[in-house]
Design a protein around this ligand. Sequence first.
Ligand code: GDP
Length: 298
Amino acid sequence: RERLNKGDSVLTRDLSELLPGSGPPDEETLEEIETRLLMADVGVSATQQIMDGLHERLDRKALSDREQLLAGLEAEIRAILDPVDAPLEPVHEGDGPFVILVVGVNGSGKTTTIGKLARRYRDEGRSVMLAAGDTFRAAAVEQLQTWGERNDVPVIAHATGADSAAVAHDAVQSASSRGVDVLLIDTAGRLHTQSGLMDELRKVKRVITRVMPDAPHEVLLVLDGSTGQNAIAQAREFNQAVTLTGLAVTKLDGSAKGGVLLAVARELGVPVRFIGIGESAEDLDVFRSEDFSRALIS
Ligand code: GDP
């Protein structure tokens, strides 16, 4: 949790100088908070919602000191994040694996997140299989295979340039016949064109459903949390193409830009399942609104 915001939160750093110890905040203080929310990538509409909430609290005299202001801010943040706090339970009732289709642009941390998830689920005692569906990039297939070998997790892969839908198809069949609990399917993050990518993802999803009618059980978008408002545009586009059911927001360590989660939550309303807080295998936390909201302001 400490690594979520190294040092002080951008939202509240040095704010104590601005905040009166007692007495309600003045207009200047509220404006400063608004500016900071926008600078922390919270986005216009989530910022508006938070500021409306704070003004409403001020009107009913519920912000009469610094403590109340910070508590009010935290409560307004939670009002946005609580609805997207819904941890993933990767259990498939009945035959066949719980299928997680993982999508996201190159560089978002997709492969790293798949590795972290595989490790997490394996440590929980589940059997895991990976599918190297990014057939466009040889390095992506190799990266997944290396990871699988090192961690004793089977990886289904075809040759570079193969049809990624065929990889997904084989993986679902293989995972089903081997009694695997969780199947994580990687996908391409860039093709020659963006519309080509979305078409391919739609096709991969369709083929999975053809093999296993209730799958995929999760369509997880991996988003680079340090890309700010750009992340929202990406999320919207993926959501349109393959209907997301969950998000993993990475790189929330280092830069204190966790505010983008508020923008995403407000815009998409898709559950945030995980947050990435570093490069190593254990640096993936289950998203919890309460902890995250507190970390944002403390
Ligand atoms: P992909 O192209 O989407 O598969 O991205 P990768 O998984 O290869 O990750 C791209 C880079 O981001 C790598 O250098 C990762 O180590 C790094 N990365 C991934 N997740 C995190 C994270 O949560 N925090 C930090 N600091 N780096 C991350």
